[in-house]
Write a protein of this length. Structure first.
Length: 139
């Protein structure tokens, strides 16, 4: 009778194996969620950097007098500003397209990059400029 009582207090090998399998599934799911979350953070970081690059260039163009705005090349690759130098910004390229005529110009900036997974992304920003507009006072 004493032998039967000792046998009931332990776990069987099958119970231990099932518990280990459940634990492994939970841990693997946790790592998959962590990897997915880190990918989302990296994607958000790229979008933020692209927005900062474009905002900097748009502000630079806004500070130009009208005579300098009308001579901007129609379709050109643009070098990133010096504050965006370094390894963190090597993946980004910016393109500027200027359209319009007369006293009106539309400047479209596009920033392209490739993420760690090899997927290409583009973010664009468009701004309209007119002669005698808000920023034409700088000479």
């Amino acid at each position: 009778m004493n032998l039967l009582k000792d046998r009931e207090t332990g776990f069987t090998l099958v119970e231990v194996m099932v518990a280990m399998a459940i634990f492994a599934i939970v841990i693997a799911s946790g790592f998959a969620c962590l990897r997915s979350g880190m990918g989302l953070v990296e994607n958000a970081r790229h979008h933020t950097r692209a927005a900062q690059i474009m905002q900097s260039e748009i502000e630079r163009i806004r500070s130009l007098p009208w005579n300098n705005v009308i001579v901007l090349t129609d379709d050109a690759d643009v070098a990133l500003a010096t504050e965006f130098s370094g390894a963190a910004y090597d993946a980004y390229t910016m393109r500027r397209v200027v359209s319009g005529s007369g006293d009106e110009r539309v400047v479209t900036l596009g920033v392209d990059w490739t993420d760690v997974g090899g997927h290409s992304h583009t973010r664009a920003y468009k701004s309209q400029y007119t002669k005698g507009g808000l920023y034409d006072y700088i000479q």
